[in-house]
Design a protein around this ligand. Sequence first.
Ligand code: BES
Ligand code: MN
Ligand code: MN
Length: 462
Amino acid sequence: MENIKAYVQEHKDRFINELIELLKIPSVSADTAYSHDVFETADAVKASLEKAGCDFVEICDTPGYPIVYGEKIIDPNLPTVLVYGHYDVQPPDPMELWTSPPFEPVIKKTEIHPEGAIFARGSCDDKGQMYMHVKALEYMVQSNTLPCNVKFMIEGEEEIGSKSLSWFVERNQEKLKNDVILISDTGMISNQQPSITTGLRGLSYVEVEVTGPNRDLHSGLYGGAVANPINVLSKMIASLHDENNHITIPGFYDNVEELSLEERAEMAKAPFSLEKYKNALQLNDVYGEKGYVTNERNSIRPTLDVNGIWGGYTGEGAKTVIASKAYAKISMRLVPNQDWEQITELFTKHFNSIAPAGVTVLVKPHHGGQGYVTPIDSIGYKAANMAYTETFGVPAIPVRSGGSIPIVALFEKELKSKTILMGFGLDSDAIHSPNEHFGIFNYLKGIETIPLFYKYFVELSK
Ligand code: BES
Ligand code: MN
Ligand code: MN
């Protein structure tokens, strides 16, 4: 595989330019105004897979956005790697905080990325990381080194809950048969210290609506005499955590997997600087559940966060009004063994029970998914570790991530195979935020590392 380095060097400008073209299409799945662009991106992904050397590529229609499926089967007796990624992106707002427009990619140098990073929505999550796999395939086909079969399944609804993908996976088990699922949609510790994601949190996402009077009221004439939905909602939300920042929903922690002290000590070995963490976010202190450190709070512990809250008058100046309604969007990150549907029910029951007389409450469940943990003694993990070790010069560290890719648990259930999460992004890449970017170093390193995964996975499978 000496040649992969040379191949990347020779073609890197084209690799970057091709990704830039893909990033120009605003494939925002959450907003129907971009629907045409989401479909167009699927076509672009299809064309890129054909060009890279897949024998068969198709756009699979679903009740929602299409899934791009591609394959290159060289010998049915050899193992099959199934690559998953997503071509949809998060909405770009707030627009005014971008230093360059989100869908006009530019390369800029940063402290962490002295070689430059591509700034654009989706550059890291997940178009850039997905495209590394397309270019890795191109290399293996061009150099005649593809050691096994490969299938691609690239979806367009990951950022909105992967509804159509569940539908697709349930109906296509035979087509998607594989020996390992490979995903680059997570991060690593740093460009000097690779890591492999061994866990993802589950998710329950709900929207709540609190209704008081049947119309907005004059806050002088009625203030003090009726329940103010915004006051009440704030109080209800505040009561969801106690003074130790434990979540107060009865039964919430019932199935939470408690890690042993040994496992926690193992986790604490991963390099982490609290000072750097605080500095990067300009925080004077961190905050969270008592009894756990930052890296535990954001990975092995479940959480509850308000993602948005609105109601009443937020325009210019002052308007004296008691709103009829108040709303919030709330996400709960879950850990292995917590069932997201059960947690959604517990939340709904509890939230209704704490509503005072004078308001009515409506809880609307959005989407969710189970958490995931993967062992580090599987062939897939070992192959990934060997690949990283070769390209970075140091072994990868297993890390549980706080993020969610709900479809991973479903893959295991429906397709009976393990997922290897080989991410190349950094926490500082600002995914879902303004100024999302992806290091050129990371992009090219990914392309270099992926073919080695194939090589070692096939070797270890023998
Ligand atoms: N790629 C992310 C998840 C991620 C990022 C996991 C970094 C680990 C490290 C994915 O696109 C994502 O944003 N997932 C959503 C959940 C989804 C149901 C909207 C999330 O975690 O909020
Ligand atoms: Mn993603
Ligand atoms: Mn995302």
